[in-house]
Write a protein that binds this ligand. Sequence first.
Ligand code: ADP
Length: 180
Amino acid sequence: MEKNHVRIPMNGTVLELIEGDITELEVEAIVNAANEKLELGSGVAGAIKKKGGPTIQAECKRIGGTGVGTAVITGAGELDAKHVIHAVGPKMGDGDEDRKLSSAVRSALALADRHGLKSIALPAISTGVYGFPVDRCARITLTEIHRYLQGGTKLERVVVCLFGDDSFKTFRQELRRGFR
Ligand code: ADP
């Protein structure tokens, strides 16, 4: 069905790269590339808002906000997923971006684990409105997922969902480079 799809086993979990729309995936949780105020605007958040309906934003409003590099969880409204995990990546130029992005990815995975979820899909956090280079995001995101999966997890499936052929190919290239 999907033209661009890679699947590799990683320490008992399956890591997948899929080109597509994250709101269409059959996973228990999808990750929103959120902002600190948890306001659903454009990009991934816009797609989540449009397809998920108003309850997600309402829940975000009750939570109030979360810092860069952290994540919070809400329901998923009318989406197929059960939860949306709102992870806040860094804005390019704000400093210490790599560490903040690693932290956002790790926080999202850990939150899924804490809720006993088996599958999660993440977008290329910070590479849209926040201006982070895709190749750097690919290296950091995949390194952090790899590291997380070495530490013991109940997650069976971790998907990185890429919007467009260019992003997909950049992530696939980084994956092929391997981890050291
Ligand atoms: P940020 O503000 O963290 O940069 P964005 O949502 O603007 O977040 O973009 C993050 C990445 O997600 C970008 O590469 C963008 O192309 C991609 N993207 C946008 N919409 C979707 C979607 N529906 N599914 C998956 N990825 C998406």
